[in-house]
Design a protein around this ligand. Sequence first.
Ligand code: SF4
Ligand code: SF4
Length: 217
Amino acid sequence: MAEQAIRALLAGQPDILWGFADTAWSPYAAPYPTALVMAVPYGEQLTPEDYNEARFDAGIRAAKARIEAILPQIEEILTAHEIRCWIPPVAQRDEAELLAPFPFKTAAARAGLGWFGKNDVIITLRYGPRVRLSAMLIDAVFTPGTPIVQSECPDDCTACVDACPCKALKNHQWTVDTDRSEMIDYQRCNRMRSAFIPRLGRKSACGLCLTACPVGR
Ligand code: SF4
Ligand code: SF4
């Protein structure tokens, strides 16, 4: 019943990609065997020609606002069915490892929403990587999507790798066994984005490797 109610709610938001993932791979599997994962398109699908950082950041914030409006509605459904749930934080635990407690990207691939591109973010067929991911962990077993276990990036595409101003991307084709360090020098990316804190009061959203991706155009 709760699963059907969530499916009905999300059917009313046809531009949002979503799916359920089995969390057996995660340390949260015992209390929460299912993750709902959503991929909300950025407010603007910018191209390299019309990119500017402020617009890109605004597009991310618009997607974030939509997620913040939908998650309580899903929580309400689950609570009404006496099913526990938890919204894991988006924020990374610290600046050393730069890992969030629950990896939304892994969950998205497990839910069948997309694959890890050479830019180390989830590539969806409909929007490429220009989506904001969100997840909710659920103490119930719902019907999972079909996991995606290898990259569908063309071997000869290097648009994201070439777009990165600090050469953080390693031009590596992902499979489910790939370690993040094979794909990206995360510290290098973070250092570049953090260098904007004095000017912007926040890290740069950057995203040049996202706007460059031809998938979903
Ligand atoms: S976000 Fe920017 S710095 Fe980081 S990998 Fe992408 S293009 Fe490079
Ligand atoms: S730009 Fe090309 S290589 Fe990079 S994520 Fe997109 S399809 Fe994959």
